[in-house]
Design a protein around this ligand. Structure first.
Ligand code: ATP
Length: 352
């Protein structure tokens, strides 16, 4: 039996996660899966009520007792600096050492893409973004802040271990999914120190995967290419910062933030799935949030647990909803969050 922790969180996270859980329950019923879901009360309401964001015991239980975590979104205007979101999300990321940020970008319907010839791009792409290092370690500082002599330094940190494990995860994925090539995205011309480390590791690790081709592309060239000829790429591996930027670019090419799922992984150990979007307080409570990103997270979760057919079924049902125009206003539809989730759950049995 697999145990899944569900953390709906805040704002539209709660609304989209209700639909994701509905789809997961229906899949469980249709396929007879042995899955246990438990909802966790972590988020702004709990923080405001009890003055606690997440406890040590909760971290330990989430770490030890669950196969995976499904998270809606965290963020609430009532809590300064979204302290609770940082404690919970970054806490889990570091505690569980979720070093892979996995962003699949699949075009589910050509009508969703701002590209001129979206039909040429059917295969999709997976971005492996390093999730624990880079500029996000917050090394640096300001000197003479607020004066005209101000100096600001922000360091970009890469370690051999950190680079090796994300690069290996990307190659393993390419081999397992029969992707022909892994593309390293960097800026080795302007950042020669980290560039040399990434490229050395990329060649060394890549040599263990002779069936997978390897190439390196500068991030500026990649930004152009993703718009010009995305069909050329399959698996991309890159740093925390470049991955942040490129995955948003890739998300918009496939229909936008309401459709983008992600996984934070420590392969073989822990997995946390969350939509790329946040808690979107501006639309929370309006019933207009697109639940598809959260539902596609259920697809990623099922795939992760080895239920590949069921994962495909979820993705197919989402594609069918788009093709039938059962969508929320962000995709120019008129359906509510609940209607879209309900429609997808009801049509799971009708797709291959
Ligand atoms: P963050 O948590 O990243 O600080 P946020 O919650 O303010 O961000 P995002 O999730 O980045 O916002 O989304 C930006 C805007 O896009 C939202 O304010 C909302 O209007 C829209 N949006 C985000 N997610 C969805 C969704 N699932 N369906 C419809 N619109 C969405």
């Amino acid at each position: 039996m697999a145990r899944i922790a569900v953390i709906p969180g805040d704002g539209i996270g709660v609304e989209v996660m209700a639909e994701a859980v509905r789809v997961l329950r229906r899949t469980r019923e249709l396929a007879g899966l042995d899955l246990e879901l438990r909802t966790w009360d972590l988020g702004a309401e709990r923080t405001l009520r009890e003055g606690v964001t997440i406890t040590e015991a909760e971290f330990e239980t989430l770490e030890g007792d669950y196969e995976a975590i499904l998270l809606g979104a965290l963020g609430d205007p009532r809590i300064a600096d979204d302290r609770h979101a940082r404690d919970i999300l970054l806490g889990l990321r570091f505690r569980l050492d979720l070093f892979v940020n996995f962003r699949p970008c699949r075009l589910l319907d050509p009508s969703l893409s701002p590209l001129r010839n979206p039909d040429r791009w059917s295969g999709g792409m997976e971005i492996f973004r390093e999730n624990t290092e880079g500029i996000y370690v917050n090394l640096g500082g300001r000197f003479k802040a607020g004066t005209r002599d101000e100096v600001a330094i922000h360091e970009d940190l890469s370690t051999w271990k950190g680079v090796e494990r994300i690069v290996r995860a990307a190659f393993s994925h390419a081999r397992d999914r029969r992707r022909p090539r892994v593309t390293l995205v960097d800026k080795a011309n302007a950042m020669p120190a980290s560039g040399a480390l990434w490229r050395r590791v990329f060649q060394e690790v890549g040599a263990d995967f002779p069936e997978v081709e390897r190439e390196a592309v500068f991030v500026d060239a990649m930004a152009m290419d993703l718009v010009r000829r995305p069909q050329r790429y399959g698996v991309l591996v890159t740093s925390n910062l470049f991955g942040d930027i490129l995955s948003d670019l890739a998300a918009v090419l496939t229909g936008g933030i309401g459709l983008a799922p992600s996984a934070n992984l420590h392969p073989g150990r822990h997995a946390l799935f969350e939509p790329v979007h946040g808690s979107a307080p501006d639309i929370a409570g309006s019933g207009t949030a697109n639940p598809m990103a959260a539902i596609l997270c259920v697809g990623l979760l099922l795939d992760h647990l080895g239920h590949v057919r069921e994962a495909r079924r979820v993705e197919e049902a989402v594609s069918l909803a788009i093709a039938e125009g059962v969508t929320t206003p962000d995709l120019e539809g008129t359906s509510s969050t609940e209607e879209v989730g309900g429609w997808i759950a009801d049509h799971l049995a009708n797709v291959a």
